[in-house]
Design a protein around this ligand. Structure first.
Ligand code: NDP
Length: 259
């Protein structure tokens, strides 16, 4: 039987759009008070209003998680204003594609900073609170869900550094799972295939034309089969509502038509 999230607090990074925003809505529907973390505070404020209108509780926390001090402050503000922390969804991410030969290493730095370092900083700051929540009612279990990617399982030409960050997230997730699972902090990774979000829009026009638009053209034809952010939000919700003795360590969600 699924557990309820009433009385819990969740923090979702990258909640200003796409998968993070959908996940925040779903967790709030399940009864969690949700802290929304991202840089675009205006988007977070709008989402807070939507969640509150639907009867939920949410808090907008504007922060750049690549700055360790801001990541720590976001966790601190969540605990101070919402009272505790039971669930961390490390979702914020950036995907800048292209060949390694001739690449701008500044793009690599940005991806590594958000996909890896930001996730590490937020996790490190959250762990003491999650360990405490795992000893307390209402659930006596806590959760970390790291949003990785199919690119954390399979490498492709042109995805090199994005692949590196997501393979890194998978390795860190499994290591941390082994470290804290007996203290009832469940640590799992969710690996989406193609999802209709803003993710590809940050690439240079030539890269979009070559690597992203062909994919979009193909998936537009198959529009009904492309994953929506809500499909991934459902997966996160499934992972964090299992009974206390059940931990979902890995969940790979693909569009049916993506081979
Ligand atoms: P979006 O671009 O819509 O969302 C990315 C989110 O990350 C935004 O809310 C953005 O908010 C936030 N973010 C980026 N940089 C920072 C930062 N420095 N500090 C805080 N927040 C930051 O894309 P998706 O929803 O698709 O991406 C969510 C996750 O899903 C990513 O980790 C991505 O790698 C993963 N994923 C996505 C897939 C897809 O096909 N869409 C497939 C597989 C995995 P803001 O700009 O306001 O800071």
């Amino acid at each position: 039987m699924a557990s309820t999230l009433i009385g819990t607090v969740a923090l979702v990074t990258g909640a200003s759009s796409g998968i993070g925003a959908a996940t925040a809505r779903r967790l709030a529907e399940q009864g969690a008070a949700v802290a929304l973390v991202a840089r675009r505070k205006d988007c977070l404020d709008t989402l807070v209003a939507d969640i509150e209108q639907a009867g939920g509780t949410a808090l907008a926390v504007g922060a750049d998680i690549t700055d360790r001090g801001q990541a720590e402050a976001a966790v601190q503000q969540t605990v101070e204003q919402l009272g505790r922390l039971d669930i961390l969804v490390n979702n914020a991410g950036l995907m800048l594609l292209g060949p390694v030969v001739g690449a701008d290493p500044e793009e690599w730095d940005r991806m590594i900073a958000v996909n890896v370092q930001g996730l590490l900083y937020t996790t490190h700051a959250a762990l003491p609170h999650l360990l405490q929540a795992a000893e307390e009612d209402p659930r006596r279990v806590a959760d970390i869900v790291n949003i990785s990617s199919i690119a954390g399982r399979v490498a492709w030409n042109g995805y090199g550094v994005y692949n590196a960050t997501k393979f890194g997230v998978n390795g860190f997730t499994e290591s941390l799972r082994q470290e804290v699972t007996r203290r009832h902090v469940r640590v799992g990774v969710l690996e989406p295939g193609g999802v209709d979000t803003e993710l590809g829009s940050h690439n240079k026009p030539e890269i979009r034309k070559e690597m992203i638009d062909p994919f979009n053209e193909q998936t537009e034809v198959l529009a009904a089969e492309v994953l929506a952010a809500e499909d991934i939000a459902d997966g996160v919700t499934y992972m964090v509502t299992r009974p206390r003795h059940t931990a979902i360590s890995e969940l790979w969600i693909m569009p049916t038509d993506q081979a």
